[in-house]
Ligand binder design. Structure first.
Ligand code: RIB
Ligand code: CA
Length: 340
């Protein structure tokens, strides 16, 4: 039985790869794609999502425009990462299909109420749409099946400021609303996704198939790889959003631990920082154990009174990157062969 999924995006190159992976995965029934501002403007993101869907054998997949701007912070896009269009060097024909008439927030609410316990929401963008959905209809918090979020940086520097990962930085207020909503959250942070790389050589292998899909992947990732090599010294580009999508159909790729996650939203200096609560000694990296003296059983004076909030997320701490990239390449290859 395929999992019914809503993919909340800001397409964006890795979002586009996640859309292709979703449409290439038999375990996924894509109820729809929702869009918010983030990597690029809402209008560009909607156009990009429609254009990517039109490349596939599932052109009728609905694309719903959502909220354009963060709840309180000014808009913040990432042209240096995704290009001015949001899809790097790729240029897509205008899609024949218009966006759905229903607003993304209303679609999220309708789907979750109509399919209690069955909807998996994969959120790979600033969490503005999801925050407003849970504010408009709080019942979705206990009726949604699972919420898989790509966001945050638990024990590494952020990728947007040193303090913050992009999705949490753009709308920290929305992230805090979602993380404190009581939804069943699985969080895959930048710590993990930054290490799941697609290389130029792997893209060149894909490109041996003559298909609009492989042409798109090659042109979009050429820009994205150039950015990662320049900015992070990576030998490839991070498949952040496809990793989050894969947790919906291959959760065995990941090991998670329960943590309490909060997002700094009051300070300009540390806006979007991921703040980890002490939900359990296994939840924190070994470096924290030494700091806290947990392994010796001693608590620094007074620390035993530190508020230890209950976990609100299962956080991915290990991921089988090699196996996932092989799955990704195999499925994009199959999708492309079906359209060449
Ligand atoms: O930090 C990476 C995340 O922010 C990805 O989802 C990327 O597409 C951007 O939205
Ligand atoms: Ca994204």
């Amino acid at each position: 039985m395929p999992r019914r999924i809503i993919l909340d995006t800001d397409p964006g190159i890795d979002d586009a790869l996640a859309i292709l992976l979703a449409l290439a995965s038999p375990e996924v029934e894509l109820a729809g794609i929702t869009v918010t501002g983030g990597n690029c403007t809402l209008d560009d993101g909607v156009r990009n999502a429609l254009g990517v869907v039109a490349l596939t054998p599932a052109p009728a997949t609905p694309v719903h425009a959502g909220v354009a701007l963060p709840l309180l912070r000014p808009p913040f896009t990432a042209p240096e990462t995704h290009g001015d269009s949001g899809l790097g060097y790729a240029r897509l024909d205008p899609a024949p299909q218009p966006p759905a008439a229903e607003h993304a927030v209303d679609m999220i609410i309708r789907e979750i109420l109509a399919h209690p316990g069955e909807i998996t929401l994969v959120a790979v963008a600033p969490l503005t749409n999801l925050a407003l959905a849970v504010r408009k209809q709080p019942r979705i918090a206990e009726l949604v099946g699972e919420v898989i979020i790509m966001g945050g940086a638990v024990s590494v520097d952020g990728n947007t400021t040193h303090q913050a990962e992009f999705n949490f930085f753009v709308d920290p207020h929305a992230a805090q609303i979602v993380l404190s909503s009581g939804m069943p959250i699985t969080l895959v942070p930048w710590d993990i996704t930054s290490k799941v790389l697609l290389t130029g050589a792997q893209v060149a292998q894909l490109r041996l198939i003559d298909s609009p899909i492989t042409r798109f992947v090659a042109e979009a990732t050429r820009f994205y790889i150039e950015f990662h090599e320049l900015c992070f010294g990576f030998s490839g580009c991070s498949l952040n959003d496809p990793v989050a999508l894969a947790l919906a159909f291959a959760p065995e790729l990941a090991r998670t631990v329960p943590m309490h996650i909060a997002v700094e939203h009051a300070s300009e200096l540390t806006a979007g920082r991921t703040v980890v609560g002490y939900a359990g000694s296994t939840a924190l990296p070994p470096s924290a154990h030494d700091m806290l003296g947990w392994d010796t059983g001693r608590w620094p004076h007074g620390w035993s009174r530190v508020h230890r909030p209950a976990a609100n997320a299962q956080v991915v701490v290990e991921f089988d990157s090699e196996r996932f990239v092989a799955i990704f390449l195999e499925r994009i290859t199959q999708l492309a062969r079906g359209t060449n």
